[in-house]
Design a protein around this ligand. Structure first.
Ligand code: EPZ
Length: 466
């Protein structure tokens, strides 16, 4: 058994919010205009950890993951894995998780959990590969767009899985209990798919024969998953490139693996330093995974300098972030890795609202991911949206206002805006933020921000309903 942590509570609150009884909803009160200064360590990556956790379904032995962030989504994934017969064994710290399958009879990922966390789809590939059968509730859309899973299913079908939809669930079976290696193209309308690649790559580790995935996602989270799977005995080459080759094996063993640092948290903290005209040192910073973001920062007059010398690990670097007094405008287009990450679009747009001139932001991964635009406008930002592009006319000052968080990264953008704005900003519904940033307000307060977490009810509730 393990002790309940803060993330348990956040997770419960998150479920309660979506559950039949409503629940407490937290709000941030942010006093703007404070300069950040100090040192922060970047946590392990949420988006790497989620598919890494489901890899535990592929083996009968224990899988230990270190530096797992203490977040609501991780708790929900551990709950889901618990329902799928995967027991959590207490570790020395809340950030070390050991999982071991003790009962392989339950292979149904229920709607109740899937609807709170789309990443539950990552269980599909491992379940059908190891158990020959999986039933996973079909995830719906979310605030950032429709988010279909057709490519996941195309890839698993290419491996021979029989897949039908039944009562809102994806039901997948491997004929005679085993998938078959295959060559496949996994690209779609918006490029590669991260969790789709993770699902198919994981499933192919136990298939008979060789699988080649063309147009695979190249994200660092895929490389991290391939590294874990290889340490479990898988035979994967090419991860991090658009062609991944997997030679199937009969069984995988346990492993002990440290999750890569979170490039999106790191990029968000870089924006926090820049937007407050601050000076932050980031430890455990995955600079190598942030090249496109660093280009935009550099164009805007934000300096990211690396400490530690040539022998330092570029995925766990120490860097210092400072900026020029007046930010310059910049342009960026989100793309699959190594392009500019969609998960930093809202934060960088927020930064550019204060640049001296016009910036252009184009979203090519989730073309509807602009819910923050209207909220930033409430704070005095001048934003003109045309389809998937936003022209950002820089203003001298943002002004504090009540705003509503809509999804995880949009929420981060609003917190950044609040830290830079004149006066008080009230960010409602920060449970979105809690899904992806561990104790963000406490950490930012530790380097000079003034952010207070309160219950929405105590300040009269949100301005408007979503
Ligand atoms: C992952 O989602 C991340 N989530 C997202 O992070 C991130 O925004 C996204 O990758 C893109 O980088 C996790 O890792 C848990 P995709 P994923 O499949 O894998 C389309 C955050 O804020 N598509 O790479 O679900 C899709 O609609 C989040 O932390 C299909 O058309 O995203 C999108 O346009 C949110 N068919 C594009 O591909 C499919 O079958 C990329 O999506 C799958 C995807």
């Amino acid at each position: 058994m393990y002790d309940r942590t803060r993330a348990d509570e956040v997770g419960d609150r998150f479920l309660a919010t979506y559950g039949p009884h409503g629940g407490r909803m937290d709000t941030f009160l942010i006093e703007g205009g404070r300069r950040l200064s100090g040192t922060l360590r970047v946590h392990g990556s949420k988006n790497a950890a989620l598919p890494l956790l489901t890899a535990a379904l592929l083996t009968d032995e224990a899988v230990t993951l270190r530096d797992v962030p203490d977040l609501a989504d991780i708790r929900n994934m551990v709950r889901l894995l618990g329902e799928l017969g995967c027991e959590r064994i207490a570790g020395p710290q809340p950030t070390t998780l050991t999982l071991k399958v003790h009962d392989a009879s339950q292979s149904h990922a229920r709607y109740d959990i899937v609807r709170t966390m789309r990443a539950s789809i990552s269980a599909l590939g491992p379940l059908v590969a190891k158990r020959g059968y999986a039933r996973v509730s079909m995830p719906g859309g979310c605030a950032i767009g429709e988010r279909p899973v057709d490519l996941h299913l195309r890839g698993l079908r290419a491996l021979g899985a029989d897949i039908v939809l039944n009562g809102g669930d994806i039901v997948a079976r491997a004929p005679r209990g085993r998938l078959q290696g295959a060559k496949m193209f996994l690209g779609g309308q918006f490029g590669s798919t991260v969790l789709g690649t993770a699902n198919v790559m994981s499933a192919a580790t136990l298939a008979v024969g060789t699988t080649v995935i063309e147009s695979a996602a190249c994200e660092p989270e895929i490389v991290d998953l391939a590294n874990l799977l290889n340490s479990m005995g898988a035979r994967i080459t090419g991860a991090g490139s658009p062609r991944v080759t997997i030679q199937g094996v009969d069984a995988l063993k346990g492993a002990d693996h440290t999750v890569i640092p979170d490039r999106i948290e790191a990029g968000t903290l870089m924006c926090a330093a820049a937007i407050t005209n601050g000076d932050l040192v980031l430890e455990n910073c995955p600079l190598d995974a942030l090249m496109a973001a660093r280009e935009v920062l550099s164009a805007a007059g934000v300096h990211v300098t690396e400490a530690g010398g040539p022998s330092a690990d570029p995925m766990r670097a120490v860097c210092r972030v400072t900026c020029e007094r007046v930010l310059r405008p910049a342009e960026f287009t989100t793309q699959p890795h190594p392009g500019f990450p969609t998960d930093l679009q809202a934060q960088f747009m927020t930064l550019l609202t204060l640049a001296d001139g016009n910036s252009i932001v184009t979203e090519r991964v989730f073309p509807e991911r602009f819910l923050h635009v209207a909220e930033l406008s409430r704070m005095g930002a001048r934003l003109l949206r045309q389809g998937a592009t936003v022209v950002v006319q820089g203003v001298r000052q943002l002004v504090g206002a009540p705003v509503m968080a809509s999804d995880l990264r949009a929420s981060a953008g609003l917190v950044l805006a609040g830290m830079a704005a004149q006066g008080t900003t009230i960010v409602h519904r920060v449970y979105h933020l809690d899904r992806g940033y561990e104790r963000l307000e406490e950490r930012l307060c530790g380097v000079g921000a003034k952010i207070t977490r309160v219950d929405d009810k105590d300040i009269g509730g949100p301005a408007t309903e979503a």
